[in-house]
Ligand binder design. Structure first.
Ligand code: PGA
Length: 254
C-alpha cells in the first residue's frame, strides 16, 4: 500500500498586509514545525510572498502562489509567471480555484494550460475542482468533476502527474460554513482517484494526494482527513488564524 504524506495548505486569498503576513507566518511556523509527518504550505497574496518566504526560510513550510499565468513572459499586464514565483522561493501554485473560475471566467482548458506551466517550472500545482450547489442538487456532481479532472489534467503523463496535487472543493462549501460531510467528501475523492487510475494507472493514482477544501475548521478537519481518500486540506478562512491552522495541521498527523 502506498502511503501518502498529508498536505495542509493555507490559502490566504486577498487578506493581510505585509505586517499581518509576517506575524501570521511567524506564528504558523511556531505552531507547525514539530509535525514532521505533514507537509505544510501557505499561499499568500503575490506581493506578500517574499516576506513570507523570508520567515519560512530554512523550515519545512512551503510557500505557494494563489495562481500562475499560462504565459512564460512578456506583455501580459497584471499576470505573474511561474518563473517569477520560483524566483521568489515558491514551491506550489494553486490552479483553478473556484473563485478564479467564477470571477475570472477561467475555463477547464485555460486551467489545464496553467497546470502545465506550473509543472514546466517545477512548481507543484494544487489543482482545484468541485461542483456548484445547483450541479449537486441536479445530481451532476460526478459529471462536473469528471470534466474538470479529465480536461484539466489532459496531456500529462504519469511522471508529470506525480508532481500534481488535486483539491476537491465543492463550491457550495467554500467560505459558507456548509462543510461537506466526511462521507460526501470521501465519495467524490474516491471517484476522482478512480478517474486518475483510468488516466494515469493504478500506481500514480494511488500516490496522488487529493485534498479536501471548503469550510475546513479545527473541529471538522480530523474526521474529514480520516477518510481513506482524503489526503489533507486546502484551508481558506481557518488558515488566517495560526491557532486554527495549527490545529488542522495537527489533525493531519504527527
Ligand atoms: P474556506 O476556503 O476554507 O474559507 O471555505 C477554502 C478555499 O477556498 O480554498
Amino acid at each position: 500500500m502506498v502511503s501518502r504524506k498529508p498536505l495542509v495548505a493555507g490559502n490566504w486569498k486577498m487578506n493581510l498586509d505585509v505586517e499581518g503576513a509576517r506575524t501570521l507566518a511567524r506564528e504558523v511556523l511556531d505552531r507547525v514545525s514539530r509535525f514532521r509527518g505533514v507537509e505544510v504550505a501557505v499561499c499568500p497574496p503575490f506581493v506578500l510572498i517574499p516576506e513570507v518566504v523570508r520567515v519560512m526560510e530554512g523550515s519545512a513550510v512551503g510557500v505557494g502562489g494563489q495562481d500562475v499565468s499560462t504565459e512564460v513572459k512578456g506583455a501580459f499586464t497584471g499576470e505573474i509567471s511561474g518563473d517569477q514565483l520560483v524566483s521568489v522561493g515558491c514551491r506550489y501554485a494553486i490552479v483553478g480555484h473556484s473563485e478564479r473560475r467564477q470571477y475570472h471566467f477561467e475555463s477547464d482548458e485555460l486551467i489545464s494550460a496553467k497546470v502545465k506551466r506550473a509543472l514546466a517550472v517545477g512548481l507543484t500545482p494544487i489543482f482545484c475542482v468541485g461542483e456548484r450547489k445547483d450541479e449537486r442538487v441536479a445530481g451532476r456532481t460526478f459529471e462536473r468533476v469528471e470534466r474538470q479532472v479529465t480536461v484539466g489534467l489532459a496531456g500529462l503523463d504519469a511522471a508529470a502527474m506525480a508532481s500534481v496535487v488535486v483539491a476537491y472543493e465543492p463550491v457550495w462549501a467554500i467560505g459558507t460554513g456548509d462543510v461537506a460531510t466526511p462521507a460526501q467528501a470521501q465519495e467524490v475523492h474516491e471517484f476522482i482517484r478512480g478517474l486518475l487510475v483510468r488516466m494515469f494507472g493504478q500506481e500514480t493514482a494511488a500516490a496522488t494526494r487529493i485534498l479536501y477544501g471548503g469550510s475546513v475548521t479545527a473541529e471538522n478537519a480530523g474526521e474529514l482527513m480520516g477518510q481513506s481518500d482524503v489526503d489533507g486540506a486546502l484551508v481558506g478562512g481557518a488558515s488566517l488564524k495560526s491557532a486554527s491552522f495549527g490545529a488542522i495541521v495537527e489533525a493531519a498527523g504527527v
